[in-house]
Design a protein around this ligand. Sequence first.
Ligand code: ADP
Ligand code: MG
Length: 370
Amino acid sequence: MKITLSHLTKKFPARGRKGKAAAEVVAVNDFTFEIPDGSLVGLLGPSGCGKSTTLNLICGLQKPTEGQIFFGEEDVTTLSPQQRGVGMVFQNYALYPHLNVEQNIRFPLENLKGAEKLSKEEMRSRVEEAASLVQLDGLLERKPAELSGGQQQRVAIARALVKLPRVLLLDEPLSNLDARLRLQTREEIRRIQKKTGITTLFVTHDQDEAMSISDLIVVMQEGVVQQIGKPQEVYDDPANLFVAKFLGTPPINLFTGTVKDGALYIGEETVLQVKGVPDQPVQVGIRPEGFLVSETGTFTCALSRPEVLGRDISILASHPCSVNPNVRAIVDAESCEHLSGDTVRFLLKSQKVLLFEQTTGSRIPFESGR
Ligand code: ADP
Ligand code: MG
């Protein structure tokens, strides 16, 4: 089921204290997007950027101030959550502690009315199907307290799937799990999504999580969509400084620089040819994998220390034009044979160097040439 958001907007009224003005919050601002049928889309952004509000609008828990939502060709904007056929997993997935796994999963089926009402046997087989999909067979008799965090999360997912929803919405479903379980469970979610083919919107503030399992990611900031694309495209080709900074671990290195006569300067050094860029001050982003240690390098940093990562080496350095105290370069282990003394010289890989307008943070495209 394709989902279409058309100029979706949600404003919350100002709620200032008496006598004090407070600005209205635009939690979601003119969001237009088509979630392709059968895809898993990751909605990514920092806390408070409007992710949960977007999900609540899609599932019908909140009404948009403006705009429309379509499931397929059907306008569902005014439908109740029950009428929409949406499965939702919340961040605090709150299982009923006094019910066992089977009863928890079955719960949404018990309230179905009229033509949708199911017999005991139908419910039983739906529950078994959902439980087996999330690999909980054999645990149906247990109470939530007798399950691990990951298993509890899978119960919540099974509960969302048991109604055979047209759309699955997951709001930070992994944030209560420890690091290892998060990894496992996100792969699990991807597997379940592939198997069922249910169009899924997955909300997270964790870029690793979004990048690793999504077909498409949507990056949001303060209610405004910044960029939509395949994870690799958004990483390689961010629309602006916000997106560049938000994606990537370790994060992108940032410098103040200047473009003059088609050359990029950081400090006094010419570090790259950037054809077609008018002379101006710029913000320079360099991905950690964009450095090559080289005696002929023209970008000189003060060497703090190399950190051994095994296959690669992470070089910690500093530079007077760096926005952050540390510059981090990830290079292969062999190149560190050249490392000695207090400085390290780098050549830069042009496709890993990104330029941004100094004031707006918009991306400045350039042709590289040496
Ligand atoms: P996220 O899920 O990305 O952390 P939310 O969608 O929960 O963000 O919130 C987006 C913005 O809307 C925040 O500034 C939040 O304070 C505000 N907001 C969310 N829900 C309400 C509400 N019911 N009333 C007023 N403001 C709200
Ligand atoms: Mg949220």
